[in-house]
Structure formats: structure tokens, C-alpha cells
Design a binder for this molecule. Structure first.
Ligand code: GDP
Ligand code: ZN
Length: 281
């Protein structure tokens, strides 16, 4: 197959794939056939994992990317709070993918202190945490070796520095930075062309302009707790305990005793509340 300088080959969709919206997404492994001077995608292999934006108010869920090995939750210190990080982590967990926390902008005043606190918090929960600075280059080598290990995506709020980090990993990419005016935020996603970018240091990263501010809409309320690894394995009096108001709840006891971070528990309660609301729509 002939690839152009960017490693890209144009291909059209064939038959049934053409009719179904979202039949092929970035990260899909596909079977192709020659069709004259071009290529046609004829089949899509079964997805090992799928990063899904849940349907809101009865709308169908949308697969954003397939077969990702890990997803980086990128936020900027010192301003970003744990609520944003927890939301991103829960979203990634709900898609069955391994999250990595990336704390960007540690060069800013207060950045190192905030990064140290967040690193302790999230490492205790069991996550990998990478404090980095796209500006100073700190931590970029560590990020590069994580990225080189497979296919990944970066999600996080606009302005957190996702494009800057990709540029720092591979200066030849020269992605546009500071495009805060880009009207893709607010949970509405215009159709932005997505692609997998091969990085010089190895690995493929999904260029994901529409991934900011994704919510957990549509996750069954009873499945929200499963998105918080540290809430697992406690003894509760009731088998279907929500860990919110029931007596003899092992999770709430652990929170009271400091075994589960309060901020994480608060995020759980908030996201569960949103899931209940969404389920009632
Ligand atoms: P994106 O929306 O997540 O892709 O964020 P961008 O990469 O466009 O960056 C948003 C803004 O943050 C730009 O003005 C960048 O120059 C700035 N920025 C990105 N990374 C860093 C960093 O490590 N340190 C500092 N101080 N600023 C950064
Ligand atoms: Zn409980």
C-alpha cells in the first residue's frame, strides 16, 4: 500500500459500512481492498476497547476511538481541581481503558506543590501519574515512553495543553496551540476530522479535538462505583448498597476513617447523582 509522507492513505467505505454512522472510527483495524486507484474499507475487526461518549437523553452513545491501549487524562496545574480529574478518570474507566494522569504546566507558580499533592492522591488510588511541562520539557521523556507503548488518546479540558504536549513529544508535528476559540467545547461536538498521529519517538496518538469536557451520561447508576477502583471490595450490609445513605456501609466507614480520599468519594456521589438524573430523562 502506498502511503503519503504523513503515512496516510485515502480510502472510502464500502457497502454496509457506508450506511452506518460511526461504523469506522479512529483506531479501528480494517480490511481493505484495492478499488481502482484508491482503497476501499471492506471490514472492521472486532474492537478490543472503545472510548465511548455516552448518549444523553436517549441519544445513541458515540464511539470516539477504538483499540486504545491507554488514555491520558490531561489537566493543568495548579488551577485544575480533583473534580475534573475524577470525571475524566471515570469516563476512561467506564470505557474499560487504562487511564494515566498527566499533570501539565508544573512550571507555573504553585505548579510543583499542586502536582506533588495530586500525585500522592492518585498514586494512592492506584493510578500512574506524570507531572510534566510542555514548556520546560520536564517529564516529557517519561511521557514519551508511555506514549511509545501503543495507541493512545489525550483527553482533557481545552487549554490543558494537549496539543502542546504532542508538539513537545514530536516537534515536527507543529500542531496549532492555544486554539481556545475553537468551538468544540461545552459537550457539543462538531464533526472534527480525527486521526491517529504516528509520533517520531514511537506510538500512535489520536488527535482528538472533540474530546474535551466529556461527561459520563448514560452510565447506569449502579455501574458508577465500578469506575472508582478504590471503592471496590468493601463490606456493606446491603448487597446493592449505593454507598450514599444506607446504614453499615463499608465505603462510608472507609471515607470516615481516611482510607478512601474524601474528594474521590465526593466525585463518586456527584457522578452517581448525574447518572441517576440522566437515567430519568
Ligand atoms: P489544548 O487545548 O489542551 O490542546 O491546549 P494547548 O496545547 O492549545 O495549550 C493551551 C495554552 O496553554 C497555550 O497558550 C499553551 O502555550 C499553554 N501551555 C501548554 N503547555 C504549557 C506548559 O507546560 N506550561 C505553560 N506555562 N503553558 C503551557
Ligand atoms: Zn456501601
Amino acid at each position: 500500500m502506498l502511503l503519503d509522507g504523513d503515512g496516510i492513505v485515502p480510502a472510502s467505505l464500502r457497502g454496509r459500512l457506508k450506511q452506518e454512522a460511526g461504523s469506522v472510527v479512529i483506531g479501528d483495524r480494517v480490511g481493505v481492498a484495492e478499488a481502482g486507484h484508491a482503497w476501499a474499507i471492506e471490514s472492521v475487526e472486532e474492537r478490543v476497547s472503545a472510548l465511548v461518549r455516552r448518549g444523553r437523553g436517549g441519544r445513541a452513545p458515540k464511539v470516539l476511538a477504538a483499540n486504545l491501549d491507554h488514555v491520558f487524562a490531561v489537566i493543568a496545574v495548579p488551577s485544575a481541581g480533583t473534580d475534573v480529574i475524577d470525571r475524566l478518570l471515570a469516563l476512561i474507566e467506564s470505557s474499560g481503558i487504562r487511564p494515566v494522569v498527566v499533570l501539565n504546566k508544573v512550571d507555573l507558580p504553585g505548579g510543583p506543590e499542586a502536582a506533588a499533592d495530586l500525585t500522592t492522591l492518585y498514586e494512592d488510588v492506584g493510578y500512574s501519574v506524570l507531572p510534566v511541562s510542555a514548556l520546560s520539557g520536564l517529564g516529557i521523556e517519561a511521557l514519551r515512553s508511555e506514549v511509545a507503548a501503543g495507541t493512545s488518546a489525550m483527553i482533557g479540558p481545552s487549554g490543558a495543553g494537549k496539543s502542546s504536549l504532542l508538539n513537545a513529544l514530536d516537534p515536527e508535528l507543529d500542531l496549532r496551540v492555544g486554539a481556545l476559540s475553537r468551538k468544540t467545547g461545552g459537550g457539543r461536538h462538531t464533526t472534527v476530522s480525527s486521526r491517529l498521529i504516528p509520533l517520531r519517538g514511537g506510538g500512535l496518538v489520536a488527535d482528538t479535538p472533540g474530546f474535551a469536557d466529556v461527561a459520563l451520561w448514560g452510565v447506569e447508576p449502579s455501574r458508577v462505583a465500578a469506575c472508582f477502583p478504590e471503592l471496590q471490595g468493601f463490606d456493606c450490609r446491603f448487597r446493592r448498597c449505593t454507598h450514599i445513605h444506607e446504614p453499615d456501609c463499608g465505603v462510608r466507614e472507609a471515607v470516615a476513617e481516611g482510607g478512601v480520599p474524601e474528594s474521590r468519594y465526593r466525585s463518586y456521589v456527584k457522578l452517581r447523582g448525574e447518572a441517576v438524573e440522566a437515567a430519568e430523562l
